[in-house]
Ligand binder design. Sequence first.
Ligand SMILES: CC(C)(COP(=O)(O)OP(=O)(O)OC[C@H]1O[C@@H](n2cnc3c(N)ncnc32)[C@H](O)[C@@H]1OP(=O)(O)O)[C@@H](O)C(=O)NCCC(=O)NCCS
Length: 167
Amino acid sequence: MAEFNVRWARTADVPMIEKLIEPLVQERILLGKDRVVFYEAVQEFRIAETHDGEVIGCGALHVMWEDLGEVRTLAVAQPWLSKGVGHALLDSLQNDARELGLKKLFCLTFEVDFFTRHGYAPIGEDIVDPEVYAELVRSTDEGVAEFLDLARVKPNTLGNTRMLRIL
Ligand SMILES: CC(C)(COP(=O)(O)OP(=O)(O)OC[C@H]1O[C@@H](n2cnc3c(N)ncnc32)[C@H](O)[C@@H]1OP(=O)(O)O)[C@@H](O)C(=O)NCCC(=O)NCCS
């Protein structure tokens, strides 16, 4: 039996989510966000926890368009790396995506091998129709800007790979 399970996040998890991603933000692997942004996005998050209730991982699914979403803020606590926690979280987020009716999942990452093993492939530019682009570009969300590869977010995306999976 797995030593952990994956569940929806609760508001009380937000400080733990911040603690999980803090070292990754310091290393510029993940993008730091204000606490209010995590509370506002709490319904997007899945949490991995041990049977003692210790939070050991998190991940979020952000809807961008009718058929398009992003896997973001996927992070596993250091002592739990390479034990299948990331896989379980991603699996759960992908199921959530399917239930919502999404067909494509975007991800911006340094973890190219992990995502490749989960069916993601690197993408170039111009991956949405000009009409959809014109609407997406109106979003204030940083992840959408990263998906569109806008110049203003280039400092965040440096060295990362933009990847996409067809569900
Ligand atoms: C990406 C990340 C979430 C993966 O988490 P993880 O829990 O280590 O992932 P898994 O354990 O499912 O898989 C990791 C490796 O362990 C191996 N593994 C999985 N289950 C295993 C098990 N039960 N026993 C031994 N090895 C196992 C897999 O082969 C896998 O190899 P791969 O990474 O080359 O595909 C984690 O590395 C992380 O937090 N990275 C930093 C944040 C980040 O970049 N997030 C992505 C962008 S949002």
